[in-house]
Design a binder for this molecule. Structure first.
Ligand code: MRU
Length: 377
């Protein structure tokens, strides 16, 4: 999407690759919305750390990052021994796969890459095929998001108030986003609507990333506290909910997404508000049989006990920080501990539809349509 920084507008992808330097290029999302910066990872280990520490985050974006990371690791191998090369690629795969457990896109992307590489008969051929497949994954992610926009735009009518949770926007993918794709497509046809961004504690991806994206694209929006959605629904101030997903089970229609999604789905059902989930095909897990088996990432307690932000106002006497500097502040009682599951699972009966690049389906219909949706035979 286009980003305007200091009056200059340029198009950026969230994730890209510098083939000459063998580096994965990432928008440093931890600095947004206060600073816009692109960073490069020097090797596959650094790429895994960038995923783990959330320099890059969001299912599709970490999928593309893992794909490029695998190509980066493969291209760094020196030698012609195919057996040693394959053992090295397996180690790279495991390192990247373990960086974050809940989203299935990184594993799906890397399996894709390995299938594409297997056609090569030499190390050099497989290295070339790896990068080609990573580029293809990234391009496909963009194409999927565009198609989601085409299918989902009809859900947004003039004057609607749309709620979204966390960030399933272009920063969570290579470009465009999933939950935001219908919004951008509706905007392009001249429809007027308003978006409520759940703040999405503890890391506040809604308040920082989604709000920044929508501001960049000129979409009218307001940030609401996570606890405000129920009240706004009760007051008939929300007409539609669209969220993303980190893993959607093709067999059951269960949806893992950022913590708090389940609560919003229950509230939407209570108030008769349509609740949609927008996903590319790489987010579908065709193997898992129950949402209870989805590995839910438990994150650091510090995310709940405090918050990152930038200092505002005059120089603080206590921390000697200047206005505009980034800082972590402890909010919670100093002797208390916290629990921090990063994701939850929403059951299919609370979901009105899944917006995919192939159209909108009921969650229970995914398995029946698996041939069209890239599932097993
Ligand atoms: O922890 P994050 O920021 O990587 O979480 C991922 C998400 O942004 C959300 O769960 C999102 O709604 C779906 S991923 C496109």
């Amino acid at each position: 999407m286009n980003v305007t920084v200091r009056g200059r507008t340029r198009h950026f992808r969230t994730v890209s690759f510098d083939a000459a330097k063998n580096r994965v290029l990432l928008i440093e999302q931890r600095l947004l919305p206060h600073e816009f910066k692109v960073v490069g990872t020097r090797d596959f280990r650094a790429t895994a750390v960038a995923i783990r520490d959330m320099v890059v985050r969001g299912a599709g974006a970490i999928g593309a990052t893992a794909a490029y990371g695998l190509a980066q690791g493969a291209r760094a191998f020196r030698g012609r021994d195919l057996g040693k090369f394959q053992a090295h690629v397996e180690a790279v795969f495991q390192t990247l796969a373990q960086a974050r457990p809940t989203a299935v896109d990184p594993v799906n992307a890397m399996l894709d890459l390995r299938r594409a590489m297997s056609v090569g008969t030499t190390v050099a051929e497989q290295q070339t095929l790896a990068l080609r497949a990573a580029e293809r994954f990234a391009d496909e992610d963009v194409a999927h998001c565009k198609a989601i926009g085409r299918h989902g735009a009809k859900l947004i009518r003039n004057g609607m108030r749309v709620l979204t949770h966390c960030n399933a926007g272009w920063l969570a993918f290579v470009d465009i986003g999933t939950a935001t794709a219908p919004m951008y497509a509706a905007q392009a046809t001249g429809r007027r609507f308003h978006v409520f961004c759940d703040e999405t504690r503890p890391r506040s991806q809604g308040a920082t990333l989604t709000a920044w994206e929508l501001a960049q694209q000129g979409v009218p929006h307001q940030i609401i506290a996570d606890n405000a959605a129920g009240f706004l629904m009760w007051r008939d101030e929300i007409d539609l909910v669209i969220v993303g997903s980190d893993r959607t089970l093709g067999r059951t229609g269960e949806v893992a997404n950022k913590i708090g999604t389940y609560t919003k789905a229950v509230l939407a059902k209570r108030h008769g508000i349509p609740f949609y989930v927008a996903i590319p095909l790489s987010t579908i897990d065709w193997q898992m049989r129950s949402g209870r088996d989805i590995p839910i990432e438990e994150r650091s307690e510090s995310e709940v006990l405090g918050a990152w932000g930038i200092v505002q106002g005059p120089k603080s006497k206590v921390q000697s920080l200047k206005s505009g500097e980034r800082a972590f502040v402890r909010v919670a009682n100093p002797t208390s501990r916290a629990r921090n599951p990063g994701f939850d699972v929403t059951p299919p009966e609370l979901i009105t539809g899944i917006i995919t690049p192939e159209g909108i389906f009921k969650p229970g219909e995914l398995w029946r349509h698996r041939a069209k949706l890239g599932g097993p035979a």
